[in-house]
Design a protein around this ligand. Structure first.
Ligand SMILES: Nc1ncnc2c1ncn2[C@@H]1O[C@H](COP(=O)(O)OP(=O)(O)OP(=O)(O)O)[C@@H](O)[C@H]1O
Ligand SMILES: [Mg+2]
Length: 328
């Protein structure tokens, strides 16, 4: 497999071999388009245009010692292919222009130097109401338009789901998972230990994990949280569906709500957004709440930490609330 890097001569050779460069097109510069962990992403600026390259490899880009499913870019590409039939979805995502299946490389439209919404975790940062509605509108459109009734194609994304399953439903609850939470926030470890001692909680979490691994009838983005929402100059766009699969809406919505809570967004707005979703889609509220609880726990005591600014007291409050929801 060819491993892309940011060397202009090597990139030129690769792009020419793929026939992805136009006549007289030459690369002027390359840059990192934004923060990411999993994949190699690069903005390529030529004398004619700019575009984004994204390559998945058999490891996590930022932590090369951690293995990851090599072909995840192909699953992401399948998502882009499936939404082509729905203009509203297509308009809100970058266009996939080329795909190299041998080397797991996508060439995508450059949405410009936008910023994702990860700053929502900062104290005092709130999402604009209209932006949240746009984000929710996208997901309700996705869940109602790409279903087993509307397409014969199915994305199972088994390997990525298994990876996510480990991180969400297993690692956080292991007695010794190598994470010292007191390094992240002093005093946090003992609260995690309390959770890990509750057998009922752990068995309920495993049940929900099984459900996550089951195939469902609607296409999910699979990783629907602020890092996958991009604010460009004037619009909200959705990126990075590498964890997509046909599953249950409750998982997707549960995760989204968890992040809005951890980012201390107003309850009133979160409720309105949820109502907006439910005007168009059906949702088992209790099940969604359980996935919210699971996502909160895994983000607070698991490996994939967020740049949270909430203090110990608030994190423990969220953990306790999640714990209660999961043993109901
Ligand atoms: N089509 C695009 N146009 C403009 N910027 C983009 C585009 N795709 C990605 N980016 C920028 O690059 C960053 C990383 O991209 P992306 O999230 O797809 O990579 P990733 O490796 O899957 O990241 P993560 O580890 O968070 O999953 C994004 O946050 C965004 O800032
Ligand atoms: Mg990603």
């Amino acid at each position: 497999m060819i491993k892309l890097n940011n060397n202009i001569a090597a990139l030129t050779t690769y792009l020419q071999a793929q026939k992805w460069l136009n006549n007289n097109e030459s690369i002027k510069s390359v840059e990192k388009p934004g923060e990411g962990n999993m994949n190699f992403t690069l903005r390529v600026i030529t004398n004619q245009r700019s575009f984004i390259l994204k390559q998945s490899r058999d490891y996590v880009e930022k932590y090369p010692q951690v293995a990851a499913p090599t072909e995840r870019a192909l699953r992401e590409a399948e998502f882009y292919e499936l939404i082509q039939t729905v203009p509203q979805l297509k308009e809100m995502m970058p266009n996939l222009m080329n795909l190299d299946k041998q080397n797991n490389v996508m060439l995508m439209e450059d949405l410009g130097s936008g910023k994702d919404y990860s700053n929502l975790y900062e104290e005092g940062k709130y999402i604009l109401e209209e932006d949240l509605y746009t984000v929710i509108d996208f997901i309700s459109k996705l869940h109602t338009s790409i279903t087993t009734e509307t397409t014969d194609k199915k994305i199972t994304n088994r390997k990525m789901r298994e990876l996510n399953h480990e991180h969400i439903f297993i690692y956080p609850y292991l007695d010794d998972n190598g994470i010292n939470l007191d390094d992240i926030l002093p005093g946090l470890q003992k609260h995690a230990t309390l959770l890990k001692q509750d057998e009922k909680l752990k068995s309920n979490v495993l049940e929900l994990g099984k459900l996550y691994l089951e195939d469902g009838n609607i296409l999910l983005h699979g990783d629907y949280f602020p890092n996958s929402w991009l604010k460009t100059k004037s619009e909200v766009k959705i990126i990075d569906p590498e964890f997509c699969f046909f599953g249950f809406a409750e998982f997707e919505i549960g995760v989204t709500i968890a992040h809005l809570k951890m980012a201390k967004q107003s309850d009133e707005i979160v409720k309105k957004a949820l109502k907006l979703y439910k005007d168009k889609c059906s949702l088992d509220d209790q099940l969604a709440e359980k996935f919210t609880a699971i996502e909160i726990i895994r983000r607070i005591i698991g490996l994939a930490q967020l740049p949270l600014e909430i203090g110990l007291e608030k994190r423990v409050e969220l953990l306790n609330e999640a714990h209660k929801t999961l043993i109901k």
